[in-house]
Ligand binder design. Structure first.
Ligand SMILES: Cc1cc2nc3c(=O)[nH]c(=O)nc-3n(C[C@H](O)[C@H](O)[C@H](O)COP(=O)(O)O)c2cc1C
Length: 483
């Protein structure tokens, strides 16, 4: 039987489901089940007044390259004084774009209310193993599995004893026994309870079982005059530990490498209000910048006029014309890798008008074109500051491979990423790309030209693949014996 992950649905659908489930006092999953049942029985609830807002379209939503992936946590709150800190933990997790669904033990409800947890998590809170509303489809199994991580905070001595011995006589312990997700425990208890031989045995067993612990810290206890190890870690420490488990740090193979990238079109002025442009959106260059940054590189992106957000963690220089782009590229040197993905105009207007050109009876003003500087060739042919790896892009509408091969030789760069930009492909301005990586075999200057054709991919996937090739080339070079 297929399963449905709510958080992977469109934003508009999720918003509709959240509003409708809140109105009906159900969890989002229960609401989906009710909708499906009603559909089958032919009595679907009307969508108004909770109709879904229109899902944001790609055209109206700015690209959020480098956004955090969504994640969800089932947070079990145990019955200890530190339970109040778990309310702050809900907030801390949500600030990190981690969805939180709370389970409160019976004892926990003596310290904090389900209402407070529900208000902070914006979700229904679960308290009972035998809850007819969620148990018609084994709710404890769903709570155990429909999340990416289970956090127990505070983890009481009692709850850890139950876990270590495989008990399942309430909702919290049943979830912990039924889960196949990673578990993070934040123990909190009196130092004597923490140091008790039974607790020590249980903690050791849980660690052997692969459960991760954060804390406890040492400090003052709630009990007057008592201090020692047993204080629950602060909410921010637990949230950071949870985030590390959910989003483990990715390797940074390009750390210490400076990458220069150009992107977008250039605008070549005709007069103060008009310009010559092309249809480049800049998406491919921006995606490469984000991928190189994610791989740990220091990235300088020189961009022509585009309608995209600057990628996070990237230094962006905004320019208009080809000459400004060359200036910024030269100013950004030295670099270890240069990737010229911009669609630079080949020509500009020689006789740019100082004032807006007027219609006259003499007819159209003659537009004299002159050649723009060739940024790729200029940088490829540098003698002292040439980046060790120079990659150009070839946007062609015919004889793609032949033109790209001759461009590789003519410009003096190391690789060419060739793409067919004829209107039928939808590449210019679109989200997908079909590229061919043209390079010299074994990286030799006069080596035979190799063509590696990639399948149709999103521009983000092309970027990731290109960065992977760069990483391999950089790693292979660093392994070569010094001559
Ligand atoms: C005022 C008060 C504070 C407590 N604080 C803790 C505590 O910090 N840690 C702990 O392990 N137990 C603490 N307990 C005991 C637990 O509440 C008790 O063991 C309970 O059965 C735990 O249930 P649970 O693990 O299902 O939440 C406390 C009890 C009381 C009355």
């Amino acid at each position: 039987m297929a399963s449905l992950t709510i958080r992977k649905l469109d934003e508009g659908v999720k918003t509709y489901l959240r509003l409708r489930s809140a109105k009906n006092h159900r969890s989002v999953e229960e609401e989906v089940r009710v909708i499906l049942r009603e559909l089958i029985e032919g009595r679907e609830e009307p969508l108004t007044p909770f109709s879904a807002p229109p899902a944001p379209s790609a055209a109206t939503t700015p690209q959020r390259i480098g956004a955090l992936p969504e994640a969800s946590v089932t947070l079990i709150i145990g019955g200890g004084i530190a339970a109040y800190k778990s309310l702050d933990l809900i907030r801390r997790l949500k600030e990190r774009r981690i969805e939180v669904r709370c389970v409160l033990t019976k004892a926990a409800q003596q310290f904090v209310t389900p209402l407070a947890a529900s208000a902070l998590s914006h979700e229904r809170v679960y308290t009972d193993l035998f809850d007819p509303q969620s148990e018609f489809d084994a709710g404890h199994i769903r709570l155990a599995r429909d999340c990416d991580l289970i956090v127990v905070a505070p983890a009481t001595a009692d709850l850890m004893a139950k876990m270590a011995n495989g008990h399942a006589d309430d909702l919290a312990s049943a979830i912990l026994l039924a889960t196949n997700r990673k578990i993070l425990l934040a123990p909190a208890m009196n130092p004597l309870m923490w140091n008790n031989a039974a607790t020590r045995r249980n903690v050791a067993q849980l660690q052997r079982d692969g459960v991760v612990l954060i804390g406890p810290n040492s400090g003052e206890m709630a009990e007057a005059g008592e201090a020692g190890v047993g204080r629950m870690s602060e909410a921010i420490e637990i949230a950071t530990a949870a985030e590390r488990l959910l989003r483990p740090p990715v390797p940074k193979p390009l750390a210490g490498t400076r990458v220069l990238i150009t992107a977008g079109p250039t605008h070549e002025p005709i007069d103060p209000v008009r310009y010559i442009a092309n249809r480049s959106s800049g998406k491919q260059g921006f995606a490469i910048a984000a991928a190189a940054q994610a791989a740990g590189a220091e990235v300088i992106l020189v961009s022509g006029p585009v309608d995209l957000d600057d990628p996070a963690g990237v230094t962006v220089k905004h320019v208009e014309s080809a000459r400004q782009m060359l200036e910024q590229v030269q100013a950004a040197l030295p670099a270890d890798i240069a990737i010229f993905a911009a669609a630079v105009a080949d020509w500009r207007v020689a006789n740019e008008g100082e004032q807006k050109l007027k219609k006259t009876s003499a007819g159209m003003p003659p537009l004299q074109l002159v050649e723009n500087p060739d940024i790729l060739a200029t940088i490829s042919k540098l003698t002292d500051q040439r980046p060790p790896l120079v990659i150009g892009f070839a946007a062609e509408t015919e004889h793609l491979i032949d033109n790209a091969k001759s461009k590789l030789a003519r410009k003096g760069c190391d690789w060419i990423v060739a793409n067919d930009v004829s209107p039928a492909t939808g590449v210019m301005g679109g989200d997908r790309n079909t590229v061919h990586l043209i390079s010299r075999k074994n990286g030799e200057k006069d080596g035979e030209i190799a063509v590696d054709s990639w399948p149709v991919m999103t521009k983000e996937q092309v970027a990731i693949e290109l960065v992977a090739h760069i990483v391999k080339s950089v790693t292979d070079k660093s392994l070569e014996p010094a001559s």
